[in-house]
Design a protein around this ligand. Structure first.
Ligand code: ZN
Length: 111
């Protein structure tokens, strides 16, 4: 589940002008937009539960997900950057990977 919020200039039919809108994204879909000038809100009526279900379903059906692909790509880059002598010690490498994962988790929970 990914929620993104940002401000963007959009045309408001009530203000009849381009105004700053507060846009709320749910998994790369606009869930709502709000005109910061007149506070006219357009709700796309996305069902968060349904979106979450779809996401989980997609994750189960198409493994690995785009996210884990990106993550493993980063990991590959990381492993490539590790000196060869470190690769002869798989335990250390695994430990490092786990640490990276924990670091990623920590990073995510703060954002
Ligand atoms: Zn407006």
């Amino acid at each position: 589940m990914e929620i993104t919020e940002f401000d963007v200039s959009l045309y408001c039919s009530r203000c009849q002008d381009e105004t700053l809108h507060y846009v709320h994204y749910l998994n790369n879909k606009i869930s709502s937009t709000e005109c910061t000038n007149c506070h006219r809100k357009i709700d796309m009526h996305l069902n968060p539960k349904r979106e979450l279900y779809k996401e989980i379903y997609k994750r189960v059906v198409t493994k690995p997900t785009r996210l884990t692909e990106e993550y493993s790509q980063d990991l590959n880059k990381f492993i490539v950057g590790v000196p060869k002598r470190a690769l002869s010690k798989p335990y250390r490498l695994m430990k490092y990977v786990d640490e990276t994962r924990i670091a990623l988790k920590k990073f995510k929970s703060h954002h």
